[in-house]
Write a protein of this length. Structure first.
Length: 134
């Protein structure tokens, strides 16, 4: 994927994070946890770089980005076996078939946010937002 692709994704990610943090009354975003698959087109290092630039002057400035890679899983249409694959070996380990149904590996989503609440509030918003210190 191109770096312009990650720039656009990071802009949208940051917009969403700031909106959710504002709705939760957050003073600061500490951490953004994302999940992505190898077929999502996401490069966490590029997202991390753009986030550090785009978040300047916002409550997300300095926020850490944690990225969890979701494995590529597929079902072989020939033998029915479900397996975890690598992007460099796209064949059924049981029968060698290449007619595969991808079950996971295309995902990209924000798993959760860790925030510092305003004042002495210490409650989660119930939408993936976790107060710091948990």
């Amino acid at each position: 994927m191109s770096r312009v692709h990650e720039l656009s994704i990071t802009q949208n990610l940051l917009r969403f994070v700031l909106q959710k943090a504002e709705e939760a009354g957050a003073a600061r975003v500490r951490e953004i946890r994302i999940c992505y698959g190898p077929y999502s087109g996401i490069e966490p290092e590029c997202i991390r770089m753009y986030l550090s630039l785009l978040a300047r002057g916002t409550i997300a400035e300095g926020a850490a980005l944690s990225a969890v890679r979701i494995p590529l899983r597929a079902r072989c249409r020939a033998c029915g076996r479900e397996s975890e694959l690598t992007v460099t070996h796209l064949a059924c380990p049981a029968c060698g078939g290449t007619d595969l149904e991808v079950l996971s590996g295309r995902e990209f989503y924000i798993d959760s946010l860790e925030v510092d609440p305003l004042g002495n509030q210490s409650s989660a918003s119930g939408d993936g937002m976790e107060p710091a210190g948990r």
